[in-house]
Design a binder for this molecule. Structure first.
Ligand SMILES: NC(=O)c1ccc[n+]([C@@H]2O[C@H](COP(=O)([O-])OP(=O)(O)OC[C@H]3O[C@@H](n4cnc5c(N)ncnc54)[C@H](O)[C@@H]3O)[C@@H](O)[C@H]2O)c1
Length: 251
């Protein structure tokens, strides 16, 4: 991808499945990469597994003080910021009638408030330099209803609208887009699902396979690179065709 070599990149949720694959991809592109996560143990593991990182930051994206301190650390580690992959997120599978107020608040807090807090602090740092690129993490759950994920669906729909609003106000110096993946098989899920479950899920998709973290990393790289320099405020679905037809696509 053009324009990624030497760029200073922060990836939140960087110790998880998609975040780690994205860190590897940006390192392959010659970028400087800092991973950011609230899970200290996972951060240590990821830092051991991925050689060449410029650093790792332990901070919770929902805590304004930790986010502020995190970006001070980013400034010290890389002397600025060009690209934010705003990826940290959580999900809980539970029926709507059983969602507790605490669970609702936590899901919205990480997936939507976290994107706002980190996105705003990143934009401030980018604007002290030449600007930059933010890619937020959405989901196909932002586009259509899915059973048992009402809080998650609502949080991701919020991220799509937040992305459009950020793009309006942060241009022309900062581009902002959102990636909306469907079913991505992370190493954790790969261990969790039986081969039969994976076959059943993939057979519903026009492309007849589940996505990989590397598929999403490629989209992040494209959206952060100069090859997408006329694109901002947009949502990019990467789902193997899952929601292309809705009910009409069911055989
Ligand atoms: N895997 C999928 O099928 C899929 C599909 C669509 C969207 N997504 C989104 O992709 C993103 C990454 O998901 P993943 O599948 O790699 O999950 P994952 O659980 O493997 O990784 C998420 C990472 O975020 C970190 N994190 C969670 N809460 C945090 C917080 N408060 N502060 C800082 N870090 C925090 C976790 O410690 C973890 O390392 C999420 O936003 C998720 O909603 C995933």
């Amino acid at each position: 991808m053009q324009g990624l070599a030497g760029k200073r990149v922060v990836i939140t949720g960087g110790a998880g499945g998609i975040g780690m694959a994205t860190a590897r991809r940006f390192l392959d592109e010659g970028s400087q990469v800092v991973i950011w996560d609230h899970d200290e143990h996972a951060l240590t593991g990821a830092s051991d597994e991925i050689p060449g990182l410029s650093g790792s930051i332990r901070a919770d994206v929902t805590d304004p003080e930790e986010v502020k301190a995190g970006f001070a650390e980013v400034g010290a580690l890389m002397n600025g910021l060009d690209i934010l992959i705003n990826n940290a997120g959580i999900s809980i599978r539970h029926p709507f009638l059983e969602i507790t107020p605490e669970e609702w608040r936590r899901v919205i807090d990480v997936n939507l408030n976290g994107i706002f807090l980190v996105g705003r602090a990143a934009a401030e740092l980018m604007l002290t330099g030449d600007g930059g690129v933010i890619v937020n993490m959405g989901s196909t759950n932002a586009m259509t209803g899915y059973h048992y994920y009402a809080d998650y669906n609502a949080s991701k729909a919020g991220v799509v609208e937040l992305t459009r609003s950020m793009a309006l106000e942060l241009g022309p110096k900062i581009r902002v887009n959102v990636a909306c993946p469907g079913f991505i098989l992370t190493p954790m899920q790969d261990a969790e699902y039986t081969p039969d479950m994976k076959t059943a899920f993939s057979s519903r998709l026009p492309l007849d396979r589940l996505g990989s973290p590397e598929d999403v990393a490629s989209l992040f790289a494209f959206l952060a690179s100069d090859e997408s320099s006329f694109i901002t405020g947009q949502c990019f679905i990467i789902d193997g065709g899952e929601i292309a037809g809705g009910l009409a696509s069911q055989r």
